[in-house]
Design a binder for this molecule. Structure first.
Ligand SMILES: Nc1ncnc2c1ncn2[C@@H]1O[C@H](COP(=O)(O)OP(=O)(O)OP(=O)(O)O)[C@@H](O)[C@H]1O
Ligand SMILES: [Mg+2]
Length: 369
């Protein structure tokens, strides 16, 4: 059983940078776990701590149930694939993959078996005699993964292994990695700044910011129930829209913005009760915005003020259209079906799908509802 767990792990660098700040969590045995966050948030440092390339300032790291703080990197039973994986240019693919095993003085037959098995899993058997210079980017990436696979580690550590590849190859390698993980049944601890990669690969995803782990959940939970405004804005593309306003101290509960207001469902009332009379941030994802080209007459008993916005930019994606809308200080990104999409310069009336609303405390940025 080899998961990885962290107990109150902290890493301070010399100049006082808190790269990892009291992090406690567990990567389960055989899980594909992804740590995601913006540049500089401490992802690589966390991974390097597991690998033993950095020493923790405080806290413990376990691989399986063994505490590894004082275990040498080579005895940790891990294999790491970096973004800048360097293959030895003068060695063939077979020699590159066999190299670490030779250093460990494994028997020749065993080395051959392991290399050929990894090559088969990765679909690079026919490339074994080639030198790296004669490989495409994706093929080189596979060899780098192959070097890790042959070691039969308890845990794979991946640090942005796909970021050197072009967009199409990256998508291809993503499905490859998911397949390899299923086939090897090994724990994978993967870090990336790319939220799409995180969402598609991770069985669970941890979102990190400024050295702190903000939320750990599966992709749907992160998307639908972010714990705070940062996670809400980081996960999803185009990102969630935010509008400032306040919760009116009235019943039924109502969100009011400078130029419109929204009646809130009783389902939201519990979370929003403490925010009565206070400033909040409304969050709505691009697909939660509805549009009417002309002003539609308000339904229901009281006419609602409406948010009228100008269409600034229209991006035709083929399957959908992304609109950039503006009114005064407010900007919104909407995702609409490609049929009958507005054009730049059009004026639209914006509505919000009631089941797509998120609210955040304006001060703490924590999710209220
Ligand atoms: N060797 C070092 N000495 C001092 N500070 C460091 C060192 N390595 C990293 N840092 C700092 O620690 C913080 C976390 O760095 P880390 O490399 O873990 O970030 P990251 O999340 O991997 O970012 P990226 O997405 O850019 O790779 C950053 O502020 C970085 O500048
Ligand atoms: Mg990094």
């Amino acid at each position: 059983m080899s998961g990885v767990s962290f107990s109150n792990l902290t890493k301070l660098y010399d100049k006082g940078t808190v790269a990892v700040d009291h992090v406690t969590f567990e990567v389960a045995d055989k899980e594909f776990f992804v740590l995601v966050g913006p540049s500089g948030c401490g992802k690589s440092t966390t991974l390097r701590l597991v690998a033993g390339l950095e020493e923790p300032t405080s806290g413990e790291i376990y691989i399986g149930d063994r505490i590894v703080n004082n275990v040498e990197p080579r005895d940790r039973d891990i294999a790491m694939v970096f973004q800048n994986y360097a293959l030895y240019p003068h060695m063939s693919v077979r020699e590159n993959m066999a190299f670490a095993l030779k250093l460990r003085k494994l028997p020749k037959d065993e080395i051959r078996t392991r290399v050929e098995e990894a090559a088969r899993i990765l679909g690079i058997t026919e490339l074994l005699q080639r030198k790296p210079a004669a490989l495409s980017g994706g093929q080189r990436q596979r060899v780098a993964v192959g070097r890790a696979i042959v070691r039969h580690p308890k845990v794979f550590l991946f640090d942005e292994p796909l970021s050197n590849l072009d967009a199409k190859l990256r998508v291809g390698m993503r499905t490859e990695l998911a397949r390899i993980h299923r086939q090897l049944e090994t724990t994978v601890f993967y870090v990336t700044h790319d939220q799409v990669e995180a969402m598609t690969l991770g069985q669970r995803i941890g979102v990190m910011k400024d050295g702190k782990l903000l939320q750990i959940a599966d992709s749907m939970t992160l998307y639908n129930q972010p714990v705070n405004r940062f996670v809400a804005g980081f996960i999803g593309s185009p990102p969630m829209n935010f509008l400032s306003g306040r919760i009116e101290d009235k019943t039924p509960l109502r969100f009011s913005h400078n130029s419109f207001s929204l009646d809130l469902s009783p389902a939201m009332a519990a979370g929003l009760a403490p925010a009565r009379g206070k400033p909040v941030t409304l969050g709505v994802r691009p697909e939660g915005i509805t549009l009417a080209l002309e002003t539609v007459p308000a339904r229901g008993p009281s006419p609602k003020p409406e948010l009228k916005m100008g269409v600034e930019v229209v991006e035709q994606m083929g399957n959908e259209t992304v609109l950039y809308l503006k009114a005064g200080e407010d900007t919104l990104v909407a995702r609409v079906p490609p049929q009958n999409a507005p054009r730049p310069g059009d004026s639209v009336t914006v509505g919000f799908a009631p089941d797509h609303l998120h609210f955040f405390d304006a001060e703490t940025e924590l999710t209220l509802a």
